[in-house]
Design a protein around this ligand. Structure first.
Ligand code: PLP
Length: 625
Protein backbone atom coordinates (compact mmCIF):
# COMPACT_ATOMS: atom_id res chain seq x y z
CA UNK A 1 0.00 0.00 0.00
CA UNK A 2 2.60 2.37 -1.18
CA UNK A 3 0.17 5.21 -1.92
CA UNK A 4 0.53 6.49 1.64
CA UNK A 5 4.33 6.84 1.36
CA UNK A 6 4.85 5.69 4.98
CA UNK A 7 8.56 5.22 4.55
CA UNK A 8 8.91 8.79 3.26
CA UNK A 9 7.37 10.64 6.22
CA UNK A 10 7.65 8.24 9.14
CA UNK A 11 11.36 8.78 9.92
CA UNK A 12 11.52 5.04 10.59
CA UNK A 13 8.92 5.17 13.41
CA UNK A 14 6.03 3.64 11.41
CA UNK A 15 5.78 0.88 8.85
CA UNK A 16 3.43 -1.83 7.51
CA UNK A 17 3.74 -5.48 8.56
CA UNK A 18 2.93 -8.66 6.69
CA UNK A 19 -0.59 -8.76 8.17
CA UNK A 20 -1.35 -5.44 6.50
CA UNK A 21 -1.32 -3.59 9.83
CA UNK A 22 0.48 -0.40 10.64
CA UNK A 23 3.28 -0.86 13.15
CA UNK A 24 5.20 1.56 15.34
CA UNK A 25 8.90 1.34 16.10
CA UNK A 26 9.29 3.71 19.05
CA UNK A 27 13.07 3.42 18.88
CA UNK A 28 13.55 3.84 15.15
CA UNK A 29 16.94 2.11 15.04
CA UNK A 30 15.56 -0.91 16.93
CA UNK A 31 13.81 -3.33 14.56
CA UNK A 32 11.24 -4.44 17.17
CA UNK A 33 7.81 -3.05 16.62
CA UNK A 34 4.29 -2.99 17.97
CA UNK A 35 1.15 -3.57 15.96
CA UNK A 36 -1.04 -0.45 16.12
CA UNK A 37 -4.19 -2.23 15.00
CA UNK A 38 -3.84 -4.89 17.69
CA UNK A 39 -3.08 -2.18 20.22
CA UNK A 40 -6.20 -0.21 19.31
CA UNK A 41 -8.33 -3.38 19.43
CA UNK A 42 -6.95 -4.27 22.81
CA UNK A 43 -7.58 -0.78 24.18
CA UNK A 44 -11.15 -1.02 22.90
CA UNK A 45 -11.91 -4.55 24.13
CA UNK A 46 -9.98 -4.68 27.39
CA UNK A 47 -9.88 -1.07 28.53
CA UNK A 48 -13.10 0.20 26.90
CA UNK A 49 -11.19 3.06 25.31
CA UNK A 50 -12.72 4.13 22.01
CA UNK A 51 -11.90 6.67 19.34
CA UNK A 52 -10.91 9.41 19.22
CA UNK A 53 -7.80 8.03 20.83
CA UNK A 54 -4.48 9.80 21.17
CA UNK A 55 -1.57 7.37 21.30
CA UNK A 56 1.54 8.81 22.88
CA UNK A 57 4.93 7.09 22.49
CA UNK A 58 7.34 8.56 25.06
CA UNK A 59 10.24 6.57 23.58
CA UNK A 60 9.90 8.54 20.35
CA UNK A 61 10.47 11.75 22.32
CA UNK A 62 13.67 10.36 23.81
CA UNK A 63 14.80 9.12 20.45
CA UNK A 64 14.22 12.47 18.75
CA UNK A 65 16.15 14.24 21.50
CA UNK A 66 18.99 11.78 21.03
CA UNK A 67 18.92 12.37 17.30
CA UNK A 68 19.13 16.13 17.75
CA UNK A 69 21.85 16.00 20.39
CA UNK A 70 24.01 13.46 18.59
CA UNK A 71 23.76 15.42 15.33
CA UNK A 72 25.22 18.46 17.11
CA UNK A 73 27.82 16.38 18.94
CA UNK A 74 28.95 14.95 15.61
CA UNK A 75 29.05 18.37 13.92
CA UNK A 76 30.98 19.87 16.85
CA UNK A 77 33.53 17.05 16.65
CA UNK A 78 33.83 17.18 12.89
CA UNK A 79 34.50 20.93 12.71
CA UNK A 80 36.60 21.20 15.87
CA UNK A 81 34.04 23.55 17.40
CA UNK A 82 34.96 24.79 20.88
CA UNK A 83 31.49 25.41 22.33
CA UNK A 84 28.90 22.90 23.61
CA UNK A 85 25.39 22.17 22.45
CA UNK A 86 22.61 22.88 24.97
CA UNK A 87 19.17 21.74 23.75
CA UNK A 88 16.23 23.45 25.41
CA UNK A 89 12.67 22.33 24.83
CA UNK A 90 10.23 25.15 24.02
CA UNK A 91 7.24 24.41 26.25
CA UNK A 92 4.79 26.16 23.92
CA UNK A 93 5.14 23.30 21.41
CA UNK A 94 3.72 20.78 23.86
CA UNK A 95 3.51 21.80 27.50
CA UNK A 96 2.09 18.47 28.72
CA UNK A 97 3.85 17.38 31.88
CA UNK A 98 4.58 13.89 30.57
CA UNK A 99 6.26 15.33 27.46
CA UNK A 100 8.38 17.83 29.39
CA UNK A 101 9.35 15.21 31.98
CA UNK A 102 10.40 12.78 29.28
CA UNK A 103 12.91 15.29 27.93
CA UNK A 104 14.15 16.34 31.35
CA UNK A 105 14.88 12.68 32.20
CA UNK A 106 17.83 13.01 29.84
CA UNK A 107 19.08 16.28 31.33
CA UNK A 108 22.28 14.77 32.62
CA UNK A 109 23.16 13.12 29.33
CA UNK A 110 22.30 15.98 26.99
CA UNK A 111 22.12 19.14 29.17
CA UNK A 112 18.41 19.54 28.38
CA UNK A 113 16.73 22.71 29.55
CA UNK A 114 13.42 24.46 28.96
CA UNK A 115 12.29 27.54 27.09
CA UNK A 116 9.32 29.34 28.64
CA UNK A 117 7.34 32.00 26.84
CA UNK A 118 4.80 32.87 29.52
CA UNK A 119 4.32 32.97 33.28
CA UNK A 120 2.48 29.64 33.54
CA UNK A 121 5.15 27.89 31.47
CA UNK A 122 7.85 29.39 33.65
CA UNK A 123 5.94 28.52 36.82
CA UNK A 124 5.80 24.85 35.81
CA UNK A 125 9.28 24.85 34.27
CA UNK A 126 10.92 26.28 37.39
CA UNK A 127 9.78 23.38 39.50
CA UNK A 128 10.46 20.75 36.85
CA UNK A 129 14.04 21.61 35.88
CA UNK A 130 16.32 19.91 38.40
CA UNK A 131 19.69 19.36 36.77
CA UNK A 132 22.42 21.92 37.56
CA UNK A 133 23.41 22.24 33.87
CA UNK A 134 19.89 22.84 32.60
CA UNK A 135 19.02 26.26 31.27
CA UNK A 136 15.69 28.02 31.76
CA UNK A 137 15.31 30.45 28.91
CA UNK A 138 12.59 33.08 29.40
CA UNK A 139 11.27 34.42 26.11
CA UNK A 140 8.15 36.42 25.29
CA UNK A 141 6.85 39.69 26.68
CA UNK A 142 7.51 40.12 30.37
CA UNK A 143 5.94 42.18 33.09
CA UNK A 144 7.13 42.80 36.60
CA UNK A 145 5.72 39.56 37.97
CA UNK A 146 7.21 37.43 35.14
CA UNK A 147 10.63 38.80 36.06
CA UNK A 148 10.03 38.29 39.79
CA UNK A 149 9.07 34.67 39.02
CA UNK A 150 12.32 34.26 37.07
CA UNK A 151 14.19 35.61 40.09
CA UNK A 152 12.57 32.98 42.30
CA UNK A 153 14.29 30.52 39.96
CA UNK A 154 17.67 32.24 40.34
CA UNK A 155 17.33 32.02 44.12
CA UNK A 156 16.59 28.31 43.80
CA UNK A 157 19.91 27.93 42.00
CA UNK A 158 18.59 27.64 38.44
CA UNK A 159 20.35 28.90 35.33
CA UNK A 160 17.66 31.39 34.41
CA UNK A 161 18.22 33.59 31.36
CA UNK A 162 15.87 36.50 30.82
CA UNK A 163 15.85 37.15 27.11
CA UNK A 164 15.16 40.83 26.55
CA UNK A 165 12.61 41.46 23.81
CA UNK A 166 12.15 45.17 24.57
CA UNK A 167 14.35 47.76 26.25
CA UNK A 168 11.68 48.33 28.93
CA UNK A 169 12.09 44.70 30.07
CA UNK A 170 15.75 45.33 30.75
CA UNK A 171 14.96 48.45 32.76
CA UNK A 172 12.41 46.50 34.86
CA UNK A 173 14.88 43.65 35.36
CA UNK A 174 17.67 45.99 36.47
CA UNK A 175 15.36 47.88 38.85
CA UNK A 176 14.14 44.62 40.39
CA UNK A 177 17.72 43.36 40.64
CA UNK A 178 18.68 46.52 42.56
CA UNK A 179 15.66 46.07 44.82
CA UNK A 180 16.11 42.36 45.53
CA UNK A 181 19.83 41.83 45.04
CA UNK A 182 19.07 38.96 42.65
CA UNK A 183 20.41 39.19 39.11
CA UNK A 184 19.49 36.64 36.46
CA UNK A 185 21.56 36.06 33.35
CA UNK A 186 20.56 38.33 30.52
CA UNK A 187 20.04 37.43 26.87
CA UNK A 188 19.32 39.85 24.06
CA UNK A 189 17.00 38.84 21.26
CA UNK A 190 18.15 40.25 17.99
CA UNK A 191 15.76 41.03 15.15
CA UNK A 192 17.54 39.50 12.19
CA UNK A 193 17.26 40.85 8.69
CA UNK A 194 17.25 37.23 7.45
CA UNK A 195 13.91 35.49 7.17
CA UNK A 196 12.96 31.84 7.25
CA UNK A 197 10.93 30.22 4.50
CA UNK A 198 7.56 28.48 4.43
CA UNK A 199 4.44 29.29 6.43
CA UNK A 200 6.25 30.92 9.36
CA UNK A 201 8.64 33.14 7.37
CA UNK A 202 7.15 36.32 8.83
CA UNK A 203 8.55 35.43 12.29
CA UNK A 204 11.86 36.82 11.01
CA UNK A 205 12.86 39.83 8.92
CA UNK A 206 12.39 43.57 9.31
CA UNK A 207 8.80 43.43 10.52
CA UNK A 208 9.19 40.54 12.98
CA UNK A 209 7.09 40.80 16.13
CA UNK A 210 9.93 40.02 18.50
CA UNK A 211 13.46 41.19 19.04
CA UNK A 212 15.61 44.26 19.35
CA UNK A 213 16.74 46.41 16.44
CA UNK A 214 20.46 47.07 16.08
CA UNK A 215 20.31 50.40 17.89
CA UNK A 216 18.20 48.86 20.68
CA UNK A 217 20.83 46.11 21.08
CA UNK A 218 23.45 48.81 21.54
CA UNK A 219 21.20 50.72 23.96
CA UNK A 220 20.87 47.55 26.06
CA UNK A 221 24.64 47.06 26.17
CA UNK A 222 25.13 50.71 27.21
CA UNK A 223 22.46 50.43 29.89
CA UNK A 224 23.99 47.24 31.30
CA UNK A 225 27.40 48.93 31.40
CA UNK A 226 26.01 52.06 33.05
CA UNK A 227 24.25 50.02 35.73
CA UNK A 228 27.36 47.90 36.34
CA UNK A 229 25.64 44.69 35.19
CA UNK A 230 27.44 43.94 31.94
CA UNK A 231 28.86 40.73 33.40
CA UNK A 232 25.31 39.28 33.41
CA UNK A 233 24.98 39.55 29.64
CA UNK A 234 25.50 35.96 28.53
CA UNK A 235 23.37 35.12 25.53
CA UNK A 236 22.37 36.35 22.10
CA UNK A 237 19.04 35.03 20.88
CA UNK A 238 17.50 34.84 17.41
CA UNK A 239 14.67 32.87 15.83
CA UNK A 240 13.59 33.23 12.20
CA UNK A 241 10.43 31.12 12.29
CA UNK A 242 9.26 27.56 12.69
CA UNK A 243 9.41 24.86 9.99
CA UNK A 244 12.13 26.43 7.86
CA UNK A 245 11.81 24.65 4.54
CA UNK A 246 15.05 25.72 2.84
CA UNK A 247 18.50 25.12 4.32
CA UNK A 248 19.98 28.15 2.61
CA UNK A 249 17.80 30.37 4.86
CA UNK A 250 19.32 28.75 7.91
CA UNK A 251 22.85 29.42 6.68
CA UNK A 252 22.03 33.05 5.91
CA UNK A 253 20.48 33.60 9.33
CA UNK A 254 23.40 31.91 11.12
CA UNK A 255 25.89 34.07 9.25
CA UNK A 256 24.07 37.19 10.33
CA UNK A 257 23.52 36.09 13.94
CA UNK A 258 27.15 35.01 14.31
CA UNK A 259 28.31 38.35 12.98
CA UNK A 260 26.12 40.18 15.53
CA UNK A 261 27.59 37.97 18.26
CA UNK A 262 31.14 38.66 17.12
CA UNK A 263 30.60 42.43 17.01
CA UNK A 264 29.03 42.40 20.48
CA UNK A 265 32.03 40.43 21.76
CA UNK A 266 34.34 42.94 20.21
CA UNK A 267 32.48 45.67 22.08
CA UNK A 268 33.63 43.98 25.27
CA UNK A 269 30.47 42.07 26.21
CA UNK A 270 30.91 38.70 27.95
CA UNK A 271 28.30 36.89 25.80
CA UNK A 272 29.34 33.24 25.57
CA UNK A 273 26.20 31.58 24.21
CA UNK A 274 24.20 31.86 21.01
CA UNK A 275 20.58 30.70 21.15
CA UNK A 276 19.52 29.98 17.59
CA UNK A 277 15.81 29.42 18.36
CA UNK A 278 13.74 26.75 16.65
CA UNK A 279 12.91 26.28 12.99
CA UNK A 280 14.27 22.78 12.39
CA UNK A 281 11.60 21.32 10.12
CA UNK A 282 9.56 18.12 10.00
CA UNK A 283 8.93 16.39 6.69
CA UNK A 284 5.16 16.00 7.06
CA UNK A 285 4.56 14.93 3.47
CA UNK A 286 7.80 13.01 2.99
CA UNK A 287 8.63 14.84 -0.22
CA UNK A 288 12.02 16.16 1.01
CA UNK A 289 11.40 19.36 -0.89
CA UNK A 290 11.41 23.00 0.08
CA UNK A 291 7.61 23.13 0.02
CA UNK A 292 5.60 24.16 3.05
CA UNK A 293 4.98 20.77 4.65
CA UNK A 294 8.46 19.49 4.04
CA UNK A 295 12.11 20.59 4.12
CA UNK A 296 15.10 20.07 1.84
CA UNK A 297 17.64 19.00 4.49
CA UNK A 298 18.25 16.45 7.24
CA UNK A 299 18.77 17.07 10.96
CA UNK A 300 22.48 16.32 10.53
CA UNK A 301 22.78 18.78 7.64
CA UNK A 302 21.03 21.46 9.71
CA UNK A 303 23.39 20.87 12.65
CA UNK A 304 26.45 20.81 10.35
CA UNK A 305 25.48 24.08 8.72
CA UNK A 306 24.75 25.82 12.02
CA UNK A 307 28.04 24.71 13.58
CA UNK A 308 30.18 25.28 10.49
CA UNK A 309 28.72 28.72 9.68
CA UNK A 310 29.05 30.04 13.23
CA UNK A 311 32.57 28.66 13.53
CA UNK A 312 33.65 30.26 10.24
CA UNK A 313 32.38 33.71 11.22
CA UNK A 314 33.89 33.49 14.73
CA UNK A 315 37.28 32.39 13.39
CA UNK A 316 37.24 35.22 10.88
CA UNK A 317 36.34 37.74 13.58
CA UNK A 318 38.75 36.21 16.05
CA UNK A 319 36.23 35.64 18.84
CA UNK A 320 35.62 32.44 20.87
CA UNK A 321 33.09 29.88 19.62
CA UNK A 322 29.90 30.34 21.68
CA UNK A 323 27.91 27.53 23.27
CA UNK A 324 24.91 26.74 21.10
CA UNK A 325 21.42 26.66 22.51
CA UNK A 326 18.75 25.18 20.25
CA UNK A 327 15.01 25.60 20.87
CA UNK A 328 13.80 22.91 18.46
CA UNK A 329 10.32 21.86 19.47
CA UNK A 330 8.52 20.64 16.37
CA UNK A 331 11.26 18.17 15.46
CA UNK A 332 11.43 16.83 19.02
CA UNK A 333 7.69 16.23 19.49
CA UNK A 334 5.81 15.91 16.18
CA UNK A 335 6.35 12.15 15.72
CA UNK A 336 5.45 10.97 19.21
CA UNK A 337 1.66 11.35 19.03
CA UNK A 338 -0.85 9.68 16.70
CA UNK A 339 -4.58 10.38 16.71
CA UNK A 340 -6.68 7.32 15.93
CA UNK A 341 -10.13 8.00 14.63
CA UNK A 342 -12.73 5.70 13.09
CA UNK A 343 -15.16 6.10 10.25
CA UNK A 344 -18.64 6.17 11.74
CA UNK A 345 -20.85 6.92 8.81
CA UNK A 346 -21.03 8.10 5.25
CA UNK A 347 -22.52 11.50 4.48
CA UNK A 348 -24.91 11.13 1.57
CA UNK A 349 -24.51 13.64 -1.25
CA UNK A 350 -26.35 14.23 -4.51
CA UNK A 351 -23.77 11.98 -6.11
CA UNK A 352 -24.86 9.04 -3.90
CA UNK A 353 -28.52 9.52 -4.79
CA UNK A 354 -29.04 6.68 -7.25
CA UNK A 355 -32.62 5.42 -7.58
CA UNK A 356 -33.62 3.68 -10.83
CA UNK A 357 -34.72 6.25 -13.42
CA UNK A 358 -36.91 5.51 -16.44
CA UNK A 359 -37.24 8.16 -19.10
CA UNK A 360 -39.84 8.24 -21.88
CA UNK A 361 -40.75 10.63 -24.67
CA UNK A 362 -43.22 12.52 -22.46
CA UNK A 363 -40.41 13.69 -20.20
CA UNK A 364 -39.09 17.23 -20.65
CA UNK A 365 -36.48 17.59 -23.40
CA UNK A 366 -33.67 18.37 -20.94
CA UNK A 367 -34.19 15.03 -19.19
CA UNK A 368 -34.39 13.07 -22.44
CA UNK A 369 -31.08 14.65 -23.48
CA UNK A 370 -29.42 13.94 -20.12
CA UNK A 371 -30.47 10.31 -20.48
CA UNK A 372 -28.94 10.19 -23.95
CA UNK A 373 -25.67 11.60 -22.61
CA UNK A 374 -25.64 9.11 -19.77
CA UNK A 375 -26.22 6.14 -22.07
CA UNK A 376 -23.92 7.26 -24.84
CA UNK A 377 -20.77 8.21 -22.91
CA UNK A 378 -17.60 6.34 -23.90
CA UNK A 379 -13.78 6.56 -23.90
CA UNK A 380 -13.76 8.84 -26.94
CA UNK A 381 -16.42 11.35 -26.04
CA UNK A 382 -16.33 11.48 -22.22
CA UNK A 383 -14.91 15.03 -21.93
CA UNK A 384 -17.38 16.46 -24.41
CA UNK A 385 -20.34 14.59 -22.90
CA UNK A 386 -19.30 15.68 -19.42
CA UNK A 387 -19.29 19.33 -20.52
CA UNK A 388 -22.70 18.87 -22.14
CA UNK A 389 -24.05 17.32 -18.97
CA UNK A 390 -22.86 20.35 -16.95
CA UNK A 391 -24.79 22.61 -19.28
CA UNK A 392 -27.88 20.46 -19.04
CA UNK A 393 -27.73 20.53 -15.26
CA UNK A 394 -27.82 24.35 -15.34
CA UNK A 395 -30.72 24.20 -17.78
CA UNK A 396 -32.57 21.77 -15.50
CA UNK A 397 -32.34 24.14 -12.55
CA UNK A 398 -33.28 27.19 -14.65
CA UNK A 399 -36.39 25.41 -15.84
CA UNK A 400 -37.25 24.35 -12.31
CA UNK A 401 -36.87 27.91 -11.00
CA UNK A 402 -39.18 29.16 -13.77
CA UNK A 403 -41.78 26.61 -12.72
CA UNK A 404 -41.54 24.72 -16.02
CA UNK A 405 -40.69 21.31 -14.58
CA UNK A 406 -41.85 19.39 -11.51
CA UNK A 407 -39.95 18.24 -8.42
CA UNK A 408 -40.02 14.66 -9.81
CA UNK A 409 -38.46 15.91 -13.07
CA UNK A 410 -35.76 17.71 -11.14
CA UNK A 411 -34.97 14.55 -9.13
CA UNK A 412 -34.75 12.48 -12.33
CA UNK A 413 -32.47 15.04 -14.00
CA UNK A 414 -30.13 15.21 -10.99
CA UNK A 415 -29.80 11.42 -10.81
CA UNK A 416 -29.00 11.27 -14.53
CA UNK A 417 -26.46 14.08 -14.25
CA UNK A 418 -24.52 12.44 -11.40
CA UNK A 419 -24.61 9.07 -13.11
CA UNK A 420 -23.14 10.70 -16.24
CA UNK A 421 -20.39 12.23 -14.08
CA UNK A 422 -19.57 8.87 -12.49
CA UNK A 423 -19.32 7.25 -15.93
CA UNK A 424 -17.20 10.12 -17.25
CA UNK A 425 -14.77 9.70 -14.36
CA UNK A 426 -14.54 5.97 -14.98
CA UNK A 427 -13.61 6.66 -18.61
CA UNK A 428 -11.10 9.35 -17.52
CA UNK A 429 -9.40 6.79 -15.27
CA UNK A 430 -8.82 4.63 -18.31
CA UNK A 431 -6.79 7.22 -20.26
CA UNK A 432 -3.16 8.13 -19.72
CA UNK A 433 -3.40 11.78 -18.77
CA UNK A 434 -6.98 12.80 -18.11
CA UNK A 435 -7.82 16.53 -18.10
CA UNK A 436 -7.34 18.19 -14.70
CA UNK A 437 -11.04 18.92 -14.26
CA UNK A 438 -11.59 15.21 -13.64
CA UNK A 439 -9.51 15.41 -10.46
CA UNK A 440 -12.01 18.01 -9.19
CA UNK A 441 -14.81 15.71 -10.22
CA UNK A 442 -13.15 12.88 -8.32
CA UNK A 443 -13.21 15.02 -5.18
CA UNK A 444 -16.87 15.90 -5.69
CA UNK A 445 -17.82 12.28 -6.30
CA UNK A 446 -15.64 10.95 -3.49
CA UNK A 447 -17.31 9.44 -0.45
CA UNK A 448 -17.56 11.79 2.55
CA UNK A 449 -16.83 9.84 5.68
CA UNK A 450 -17.82 11.01 9.12
CA UNK A 451 -14.92 10.36 11.50
CA UNK A 452 -15.09 10.42 15.27
CA UNK A 453 -12.84 13.36 16.21
CA UNK A 454 -12.80 17.13 16.23
CA UNK A 455 -10.44 18.77 13.77
CA UNK A 456 -10.47 21.93 15.89
CA UNK A 457 -9.43 20.00 19.00
CA UNK A 458 -6.94 17.50 17.64
CA UNK A 459 -5.52 18.78 14.32
CA UNK A 460 -6.19 22.54 14.38
CA UNK A 461 -3.40 23.47 11.97
CA UNK A 462 -5.14 21.47 9.26
CA UNK A 463 -8.02 23.93 9.52
CA UNK A 464 -6.19 27.11 10.51
CA UNK A 465 -3.30 27.11 8.07
CA UNK A 466 -3.99 24.21 5.73
CA UNK A 467 -1.08 22.16 7.08
CA UNK A 468 -0.73 18.63 5.74
CA UNK A 469 -0.61 15.64 8.07
CA UNK A 470 -0.14 12.05 6.95
CA UNK A 471 -3.44 10.14 7.27
CA UNK A 472 -3.94 6.45 6.52
CA UNK A 473 -5.80 3.33 7.67
CA UNK A 474 -3.97 1.29 10.30
CA UNK A 475 -5.26 -2.07 9.00
CA UNK A 476 -6.45 -3.83 5.81
CA UNK A 477 -3.25 -2.59 4.19
CA UNK A 478 -2.91 -5.89 2.33
CA UNK A 479 -6.27 -5.33 0.58
CA UNK A 480 -6.70 -3.34 -2.61
CA UNK A 481 -7.77 0.27 -2.26
CA UNK A 482 -11.00 0.80 -4.11
CA UNK A 483 -12.51 4.06 -2.89
CA UNK A 484 -11.76 7.75 -2.79
CA UNK A 485 -12.92 9.82 0.14
CA UNK A 486 -12.72 13.09 2.01
CA UNK A 487 -13.13 13.16 5.77
CA UNK A 488 -15.44 15.21 7.94
CA UNK A 489 -15.31 15.48 11.72
CA UNK A 490 -18.15 15.42 14.24
CA UNK A 491 -18.29 19.16 14.91
CA UNK A 492 -21.26 20.98 13.46
CA UNK A 493 -18.97 23.21 11.44
CA UNK A 494 -18.51 22.93 7.68
CA UNK A 495 -14.83 23.75 8.12
CA UNK A 496 -14.42 20.55 10.12
CA UNK A 497 -13.25 18.51 7.16
CA UNK A 498 -10.02 17.27 5.63
CA UNK A 499 -9.67 17.39 1.88
CA UNK A 500 -5.91 17.66 1.45
CA UNK A 501 -3.83 14.55 1.76
CA UNK A 502 -0.22 13.47 1.45
CA UNK A 503 0.26 11.62 -1.80
CA UNK A 504 3.30 10.02 -3.39
CA UNK A 505 3.25 12.43 -6.33
CA UNK A 506 1.59 15.55 -5.04
CA UNK A 507 -0.93 16.84 -2.52
CA UNK A 508 -4.26 15.21 -3.27
CA UNK A 509 -7.78 16.31 -2.52
CA UNK A 510 -9.00 12.78 -1.93
CA UNK A 511 -7.74 9.92 0.22
CA UNK A 512 -7.60 6.44 -1.26
CA UNK A 513 -9.30 3.98 1.06
CA UNK A 514 -10.86 0.55 1.22
CA UNK A 515 -14.56 -0.02 0.86
CA UNK A 516 -16.01 1.01 4.21
CA UNK A 517 -18.22 -1.65 5.79
CA UNK A 518 -20.59 -0.20 8.39
CA UNK A 519 -20.56 -3.42 10.39
CA UNK A 520 -16.74 -3.43 10.88
CA UNK A 521 -14.55 -0.86 12.63
CA UNK A 522 -12.33 1.03 10.22
CA UNK A 523 -9.52 2.92 11.90
CA UNK A 524 -7.54 5.80 10.47
CA UNK A 525 -4.37 7.24 11.99
CA UNK A 526 -3.57 10.94 11.77
CA UNK A 527 0.18 11.09 12.27
CA UNK A 528 2.78 13.61 13.44
CA UNK A 529 0.34 15.51 15.64
CA UNK A 530 2.67 15.77 18.66
CA UNK A 531 3.82 19.35 17.99
CA UNK A 532 1.53 22.35 18.55
CA UNK A 533 -1.74 20.47 17.83
CA UNK A 534 -2.68 19.52 21.37
CA UNK A 535 -2.03 22.90 22.87
CA UNK A 536 -3.47 24.95 20.02
CA UNK A 537 -6.60 22.78 19.82
CA UNK A 538 -9.80 24.49 20.86
CA UNK A 539 -12.98 23.51 22.65
CA UNK A 540 -15.21 24.26 19.66
CA UNK A 541 -18.62 22.62 20.19
CA UNK A 542 -17.36 21.64 23.65
CA UNK A 543 -15.97 18.32 22.39
CA UNK A 544 -12.99 18.32 24.70
CA UNK A 545 -10.06 15.97 24.93
CA UNK A 546 -9.89 12.57 23.21
CA UNK A 547 -9.07 9.41 25.15
CA UNK A 548 -5.34 8.97 25.61
CA UNK A 549 -2.98 6.04 26.05
CA UNK A 550 0.76 6.14 26.70
CA UNK A 551 2.53 3.19 25.18
CA UNK A 552 6.07 1.93 25.67
CA UNK A 553 7.80 -1.09 24.21
CA UNK A 554 9.97 -3.27 26.44
CA UNK A 555 13.20 -5.05 25.58
CA UNK A 556 11.24 -8.10 24.36
CA UNK A 557 9.21 -5.98 21.97
CA UNK A 558 6.03 -6.22 24.08
CA UNK A 559 3.95 -3.12 24.53
CA UNK A 560 2.94 -1.73 27.91
CA UNK A 561 0.28 0.83 28.54
CA UNK A 562 1.88 3.09 31.11
CA UNK A 563 -1.00 5.52 31.37
CA UNK A 564 -4.65 5.74 30.35
CA UNK A 565 -6.50 9.03 30.46
CA UNK A 566 -10.23 9.14 29.83
CA UNK A 567 -11.39 11.77 27.34
CA UNK A 568 -13.66 14.64 28.33
CA UNK A 569 -17.13 13.96 29.65
CA UNK A 570 -20.21 16.16 29.34
CA UNK A 571 -19.85 17.32 32.93
CA UNK A 572 -16.32 18.64 32.44
CA UNK A 573 -17.19 20.47 29.27
CA UNK A 574 -20.29 22.21 30.61
CA UNK A 575 -18.26 23.21 33.64
CA UNK A 576 -15.56 24.56 31.28
CA UNK A 577 -18.21 26.80 29.75
CA UNK A 578 -18.99 27.95 33.31
CA UNK A 579 -22.24 26.11 33.85
CA UNK A 580 -22.95 24.78 37.29
CA UNK A 581 -23.92 21.12 37.13
CA UNK A 582 -26.28 21.28 40.10
CA UNK A 583 -27.93 24.39 38.71
CA UNK A 584 -28.44 22.76 35.31
CA UNK A 585 -30.11 19.78 36.93
CA UNK A 586 -32.28 22.02 39.12
CA UNK A 587 -33.36 24.03 36.05
CA UNK A 588 -34.23 20.88 34.16
CA UNK A 589 -36.23 19.51 37.08
CA UNK A 590 -38.08 22.79 37.39
CA UNK A 591 -39.21 22.49 33.76
CA UNK A 592 -40.39 18.95 34.41
CA UNK A 593 -42.25 20.18 37.47
CA UNK A 594 -44.14 22.73 35.35
CA UNK A 595 -45.21 19.98 32.96
CA UNK A 596 -46.25 17.83 35.90
CA UNK A 597 -48.37 20.70 37.29
CA UNK A 598 -50.01 20.97 33.87
CA UNK A 599 -50.90 17.30 34.09
CA UNK A 600 -48.72 16.13 31.19
CA UNK A 601 -46.19 14.20 33.29
CA UNK A 602 -46.60 11.63 36.05
CA UNK A 603 -44.48 11.65 39.24
CA UNK A 604 -42.83 8.45 38.18
CA UNK A 605 -41.97 9.76 34.69
CA UNK A 606 -40.60 12.98 36.18
CA UNK A 607 -38.19 10.99 38.36
CA UNK A 608 -37.11 8.83 35.42
CA UNK A 609 -36.42 11.86 33.23
CA UNK A 610 -34.50 13.66 35.95
CA UNK A 611 -32.35 10.58 36.55
CA UNK A 612 -31.72 10.15 32.82
CA UNK A 613 -30.61 13.78 32.50
CA UNK A 614 -28.32 13.45 35.51
CA UNK A 615 -26.79 10.23 34.23
CA UNK A 616 -25.80 11.83 30.91
CA UNK A 617 -23.30 14.05 32.72
CA UNK A 618 -20.69 11.31 32.55
CA UNK A 619 -21.23 10.47 28.89
CA UNK A 620 -18.43 11.02 26.38
CA UNK A 621 -18.60 14.24 24.35
CA UNK A 622 -17.73 12.33 21.14
CA UNK A 623 -19.81 9.67 19.38
CA UNK A 624 -19.89 6.80 21.83
CA UNK A 625 -18.78 3.24 20.97
N1 PLP B 1 11.74 29.39 19.98
C1 PLP B 1 10.96 30.44 19.67
C2 PLP B 1 11.34 31.79 20.17
C3 PLP B 1 9.82 30.27 18.89
O1 PLP B 1 9.03 31.31 18.60
C4 PLP B 1 9.49 28.97 18.44
C5 PLP B 1 8.31 28.71 17.60
O2 PLP B 1 8.03 29.35 16.65
C6 PLP B 1 10.32 27.91 18.80
C7 PLP B 1 11.43 28.15 19.56
C8 PLP B 1 10.04 26.51 18.35
O3 PLP B 1 10.26 26.37 17.00
P1 PLP B 1 10.20 24.94 16.30
O4 PLP B 1 8.98 24.28 16.79
O5 PLP B 1 10.18 25.25 14.86
O6 PLP B 1 11.41 24.19 16.68
Amino acid sequence: QNVYGVENWSAGYFDINSKGHLIARPAADDPRSLDLFELVNSLRDERKLHTPLLLRFPQILTNQLKKLATSYIQAIEEYGYQGRHLPVFPMKVNPRREVVEEFLKDSARFNVGLECGSKPELYAGLAQVQHPNSLLICNGFKDDSFIRLAMLGVEAGKNVVIVIEKLSELITTLNLADETGVMPMIGLRSKLYSRGSGKWASSGGDSAKFGLTTSELLDCVRLLKDRGRLSSLKLLHSHIGSQITEIKRVKMAMKEAARVYAKLRQLGTPIDTMDIGGGLGVDYDGSKTRFESSMNYTVQEFANDVVYTIKSVCDEENVPHPHLVTESGRMMTAYHAVLITSIRDEIETFADDKPEVTVDDDDPQVIVELKALCDGINRKNFTEFYHDALEHKDELHTQFNLGLISLEDRAKGEVLFWETCARALKEADGVKSPPEEFEDLRRILAAKYLCNFSLFRSVPDSWAIGQLFPIMPIHRLDEPLTDFATLVDVTCDSDGRIDKFVDLKDVREVLELHKWKPEEPYYLGIFLVGAYQEVMGSFHNLFGLPNEAHVVMDAEGRWHITKLIQGSKLGEMVAFARYDRAQLLANYKQQLEIRKQAGSLSDERLDQLALAYEAMISDTTYLSR
